[in-house]
Design a protein around this ligand. Structure first.
Ligand code: AMP
Ligand code: MG
Length: 410
């Protein structure tokens, strides 16, 4: 058996980052930066007001109350025509440029309007409510490193700089389910021995969350020619092919025969549970990941192999989920020969993250997977996990906290 770590190394080594493109910020979510971003100009680009109020000389408002003359009004997007001098103020809106001469903004709540001036009611220290040019980012400052994955706030920063990022192209991933017993999820009535395809909806949703394009190759029954054609087509169209089913050990399996015939594909036994059987290789240069058939194994294998590989293809420096340490609220047994991914529910009690099994741990039990928000990752050699033990976890979704009705009451 191959260790999980070795299997992950082999998969990562078998994929490379996709070509670089320059994309509008609208299209770059989730991709990795291909080159560092340096601020082309200051942000904010000009010194501006943090408040609605009056731009003044700080020296005039060290003590209050004081009366100042009013020179003009400056809404956001406009520039004052005059400079502020001692004894005078310019009315200013949040975000408008600070007029020449002024160094302080007195917020409107601390003032009273007069027919031809303003009365300052509160002493205001010099510099109050002034946002300096370059206070967020200065021209020439390094902003993001290459390999950083673009999140919504990253995109907002790039927008503020007017930068269209150079990123690695978004991968296209072809997916298919295999097996004569597998029918579309829309199937109303199942015949004897038939089940609905859970793996494509699961994969499609995970691929969607990751932000990659999907090429759906559908369900392929246990028929050699169809399988061969579909896989060849998928490999030609996509940057990665994901299959599920047909890779387990032992029995005669058509999928294995065709994969062997089409490319350089190896069949592994990984020392992990679930998702022990796994296939990896290339068809005409396109990486293929042969995931197991059982749906829980599909998710675990996706998380441990496909997701990191795709993030690498997307040019992201960090490709593995962060592991946190939680505390077990229960005692359970795991196979000490394997890295075991126990599906758990997390709960924060007195600031400590506790984990409990989310239900039956067989690799076909989807309901317990849907209840879980993390995998407890139990290392090889552990055996018993006891209540109170620290356990590494990988959160695959953020647990939700307060309910709307808690906040709204009633
Ligand atoms: P296999 O490795 O193809 O024998 O599949 C292992 C188990 O997963 C069997 O019980 C299959 O019926 C089941 N399975 C395979 N593919 C799917 C799928 N797409 N949706 C749901 N179950 C599947
Ligand atoms: Mg099968």
């Amino acid at each position: 058996m191959r260790s999980l770590e070795k299997a992950q190394r082999d998969v990562l080594a078998g994929v490379s980052s996709l070509p670089v493109v320059e994309l509008p910020v609208w299209d770059a979510l989730g991709l990795g930066l291909a080159s560092p971003v340096v601020a082309p100009h200051d942000v904010p680009p000009f010194t501006n007001s943090a408040m609605d109020g009056y731009a003044v000389l700080g020296a005039d408002v060290e003590e209050a109350p004081v009366t100042l003359g009013l020179l003009e009004d400056v809404p956001a997007g406009h520039v004052a025509q005059q400079a502020v001098r001692s004894g005078a103020a310019i009315k200013i809106m949040t975000g408008a440029p600070i007029p020449d001469g002024a160094d302080t903004v007195v917020k409107v709540e601390d003032t009273e309007p007069l027919p031809d001036g303003v009365r300052i009611m509160a002493a205001t220290p010099t510099g109050t409510a002034v946002r300096p040019a370059g206070g967020d980012l200065a021209a020439g400052e390094p902003v993001f490193a290459a390999g950083e994955r673009l999140t919504p706030p990253h995109l907002a920063v790039l927008a503020s700089l007017g930068v269209s990022p150079r990123v690695h192209r978004r991968p296209r991933v072809a997916m298919l389910s295999t097996g004569d017993e597998v029918l579309p999820p829309e199937t109303a009535n199942l015949g004897p021995g038939q089940i609905r395809d859970t793996n494509r909806p699961l994969l499609a949703a995970m691929l969607d969350e990751l932000g990659v394009e999907i090429v759906d190759l559908g369900i392929v029954g246990d028929d050699a020619d169809t399988l061969r054609n579909t896989l060849e087509q998928g490999a030609a169209k996509a940057d990665m092919v994901l299959t599920s089913g047909g890779v387990s050990m032992g029995e005669y399996d058509l999928v294995k025969i065709i994969l062997r015939e089409l490319g350089t594909i190896d069949f592994w036994k990984v020392a992990m549970q679930p998702a022990k059987p796994f296939a990896f290789g290339h068809i005409e240069g396109t990486p293929l990941l042969g995931l197991p058939g059982n749906p829980v194994s599909v998710m675990v294998a996706f998380e441990q192999f496909a997701r990191p590989a795709l993030l690498r293809m997307m040019g992201c420096r960090s490709v593995f989920r962060a592991r946190a340490v939680a505390r077990s609220a229960e005692t359970w047994r795991t196979d000490p020969a394997k890295t075991v991914f126990t599906r758990v529910v997390t709960e924060i009690e007195d600031g400590v993250t506790l984990v409990r099994s989310s239900g039956a741990q067989s690799s076909n039990v989807l309901s317990a997977l849907a209840r879980a928000d993390a995998f407890a990752v139990i290392p090889v050699g552990t055996g018993w996990v006891r209540a109170g033990d620290p356990v590494p976890i990988e959160l695959f979704r953020s647990p939700e906290a307060r309910t709307a009705s808690e906040v709204l009451g009633g």
